[in-house]
Design a protein around this ligand. Sequence first.
Ligand SMILES: NC(=O)c1ccc[n+]([C@@H]2O[C@H](COP(=O)([O-])OP(=O)(O)OC[C@H]3O[C@@H](n4cnc5c(N)ncnc54)[C@H](OP(=O)(O)O)[C@@H]3O)[C@@H](O)[C@H]2O)c1
Length: 329
Amino acid sequence: MTNPILTDADIDPSAIHDKTVAIIGYGNQGRAQALNLRDSGVNVLIGLRPGSASEQAARDDGFAPLAMTEAAARADIVMLLVPDEVQADLWNGGLADAVRGGATIGFAHGLAIHYGLIAPRADLDIILVAPKGPGKALRADFERGSGLIGLIAVAQDASGSARATALAYAGALGCGRAGILESSFQEETEADLFNEQGVLWGVIPELIEAGFDTLVDAGFAPEIAYFECLTEVKLLADLIYERGIAGMRVAISNTAEFGAAEGNGRIVGDAARAEMKRILGEVQDGSFVNKLMADARAGYPALKASRQRAAAHPVEAVAARMRALRDQN
Ligand SMILES: NC(=O)c1ccc[n+]([C@@H]2O[C@H](COP(=O)([O-])OP(=O)(O)OC[C@H]3O[C@@H](n4cnc5c(N)ncnc54)[C@H](OP(=O)(O)O)[C@@H]3O)[C@@H](O)[C@H]2O)c1
């Protein structure tokens, strides 16, 4: 199934211009979205918890943060930009009662709605506007005059204009300059959770570490292993982004291209593909989300252990030295 790709030409920006948007949370996505919306002429309020560590950042950017429930009560669109695993507690702990009748509730990832962690009132519009990239890229691309690809979806359309609101919101973030795909909460959530574990954030760093270990264990200098296995990932990603995988192959040397063909299928063989299917199954049957929520409730023991493991890997010491050298020059 192919999804149509929409751009600014398909968007009626007036669907958001006279609206007040409450951004709940001022972190990765919250800051970038708040700034892009404000620069697009939207009235933005910031809602934070008492004593929030994000308050100063919001003030430095010229906002006057409010209590979360106050911001929500004053807004037409309430965007939940706090971590997925805390959204339901905040919603049930006050936001649900604070939001106006007929308001729009927005998400940048569909997890809380798709898995039923939040069950919204019937009078609300429930939309998804998911920029495909971290907040820093969303902001930097917007400032450069371009944008990030974004997905939109509607889970509940009480007003009859939820899609128009989602499109206009995505446009105000700058996504209409790059392309907006219509999706669903289910598709966005499951594909995103699959990718995080099975491709990008889970597997590629693990491949880098394994390649680094292989070279260092064989007696190569850690710096050489670092350059070969880590820094060139950026060049690869840029090439694939610009030209696609086939185009990337043409842009590298014949030796690299021949080596790439030789390596194909040896690491990502049948076993890896079967494991990808298992990962997708655990995303779709909810067992991954149950694990995530249990870890969050226990104070994130698994998440903290994984951060410690990553920080202790020998590639980090080389990376820190190399970054320091680069920053000196
Ligand atoms: N990160 C990405 O690149 C990305 C990309 C696309 C979509 N998304 C989605 O965007 C949403 C937000 O993700 P994010 O990465 O931007 O989140 P984040 O940076 O981790 O969010 C941090 C913000 O949430 C607040 N917060 C954290 N825990 C809280 C709690 N228990 N009660 C009240 N406030 C709390 C923090 O306040 P304090 O400073 O007070 O802790 C801070 O303002 C998620 O749905 C995520 O899936 C993220």
